[in-house]
Structures are given as C-alpha cells and as structure tokens.
Ligand binder design. Structure first.
Ligand code: AMP
Length: 284
C-alpha cells in the first residue's frame, strides 16, 4: 500500500496537517517512535492504519529520556529509510521535529511518574521515564490523536503512559501491541543493529530466561526466588553478558511480587557487550 507521506518538521506544520484532517472528519492514529524503524514499529503502524483514518508517526530521538550521553550519540538515525517504511505501510504523515522544535526553551515542567519508575528499567535509568512521559505528553498535545499505539516490548513504558493518560484525563485511547520477535525469540529493537555477529548469537538468552520463568510459573512454581534462579540459570557465565535485572512484578503497579497469586509481568535487561537489551513476557 505504498503512498507518499507528508513530512512535517515543525510543530506548527504538524498541527496544521492534523487540523485539516480533523476538519475532513478523519480519526487520527498516532505511533510515537525514535526512528531506526523495523518490523516491530511496522506492526504498530499497521494497527493504526487498520483502526484509524489518518496515521501519524513521529520520529524523534528524545534527549530528555537518555541517561547516558554515549547512548544518545550512538542511537541509530535513519530518517530516509524510516520514511520509506512508513510509506510502505500507508502512514500519512511523518513528524520529524528537531530538538529545537520540541524544546525551543529548556523544559522546566516535567512529569514525575512516582513509584512506577522504582523498579525494572526505572531503577537503572534515572530520569528515563520522566523524559518519556514528558515527551509523550508533548507529542499527544501536538498530534491530538484518537488512538496512540505503543509496543508491549517496552512494558514499563506502556504501563506508565496508560497511567499518565488516566491521571491527566488525556482524551486518547492507548493501544498495546504484542512484541514482534526474530524466529529465535530475540525481540526486534533499534539497538540490535549495534550487535556484532557473536553478540547477536548470544542475545537470545534473555528470551530463553524469560521463557524458562514463564514455564516455571505454568508448571506451578509460585516462589519468585525459585523462578528467578531457574531463569538466571539460562544465562551462561560469559564476559560478554551481564544481567542488569530480572524481575517479576505486578503488571498494574509494577511492584515486585514474592509469590505468584495472579497475573505477573516477567521482565529483564541484559547487557550484551556494550548494548543493553530489554524484554518481557506477561503471564496471565
Ligand atoms: P522506539 O522507537 O524504540 O522508541 O519504539 C517506538 C515504539 O515501538 C514503542 O512503543 C515500542 O514499544 C515499539 N516497539 C519497539 N520494538 C518493538 C517490537 N519488537 N515489537 C513491538 N513493538 C515494538
């Protein structure tokens, strides 16, 4: 369904486009991204395409959410290819603002996400979710979508966005989309391009560990320490690999659980060389 997408670089252009589409009676679907788009992002865009009449995708590497300068600097930027992917799935607009367009003056007011950032990635990336919540709120105010699409791969982010939208009465439906994986289980991520062939071969152990935890739960193990140790046993001693966290939390408030008594989210972060990978499995 290749079409030509409009590219907006400024906030005012973006607002004008959405305003015109709204006047024409269109519903607006929105997919916020940081670019370096892959088939995981495409899945979000396809959902938006199927469920709304005008599809907006933003490509913005948000400095506010990076806790390490080298990660921000090395983050892949591939706008031309991104636009082609957006067009191939029928997106109508690519919103690609510069940092000065999004932050013409330093951002003084930010969103504190409270205890939702105390565990999982929030514990290891200070300020990250404040930056995510803040930029997503800004983008939602610019695009004013009816529906916005987020990947379950970033489960903590999705839970936080749902809560921000509820707490601030933002009139948008937040849609979660299942994680797209490589055939060997590795979750697609823009950071995967940084993996060497050796690292790529080892990167699947995070999914293996999550799957081991899931099967322990399905087989009736309720002690979370036991579940974690079975999962950790799947990560070989290897100087290329460093497990940052592996936690079992309540999916609603993202607080750790000690015993399985209902739905849980199993989530982990693994450093493979200099690349940090995250993944999770929700167990009903
Ligand atoms: P990012 O560009 O990494 O900020 O991701 C933009 C959106 O795409 C977020 O909502 C992510 O959760 C989602 N996403 C990234 N990777 C995947 C994947 N493998 N499957 C599904 N959604 C994804």
């Amino acid at each position: 369904m290749t079409n030509t997408a409009t590219i907006c670089h400024s906030v005012s252009e973006m607002r004008r486009f959405v305003d015109e589409r709204r006047r024409a009676g269109h519903s607006i679907g929105f997919v916020p991204t940081m670019g370096a788009l892959h088939a995981g992002h495409a899945r979000l865009l396809e959902r938006a395409r199927a469920e709304t009449q005008s599809v907006v995708v933003s490509v913005f590497v948000n400095p506010l959410q990076f806790d390490r300068a080298d990660d921000l600097e090395k983050y892949p930027r591939t706008l031309e290819a991104d636009v082609r992917l957006c067009e191939s799935v029928g997106a109508d607009v690519v919103f690609a603002p510069g940092v000065r367009d999004m932050y013409p003056t330093p951002q003084v007011c930010t969103i504190d996400v409270g205890h939702l950032a105390d565990h999982l990635c929030g514990k290891f990336r200070p300020g990250h979710f404040r930056g995510v919540a803040t930029v997503v709120m800004k983008l939602l105010q610019i695009v004013l979508p009816d529906k916005a699409y987020f990947g379950e791969k970033d489960a903590q982010q999705l839970a936080i966005i749902r809560r921000v939208v509820a707490d601030f009465n933002v009139p948008v439906h937040i849609k979660g989309v299942a994680t797209v994986r490589e055939p060997d289980g590795l979750a697609l991520s823009s950071r995967n391009v940084r993996l060497s062939a050796d690292e790529r071969a080892r990167a699947t152990v995070l999914y293996d560990a999550l799957a081991a935890a899931e099967s322990a739960i399905h087989s009736g193990v309720t002690d979370v320490e036991e579940i974690r140790s079975r999962a950790r046993a799947r990560i070989p001693a290897d100087e290329m690999l460093r497990l940052e966290y592996f936690d079992v939390v309540d999916p609603s408030d993202l607080q750790p659980v000690l015993t399985i008594a209902g739905p849980v989210l199993i989530a982990g972060a693994l450093w493979v060389g200099n690349t940090r990978l995250i993944d999770n499995i929700a167990v009903g």
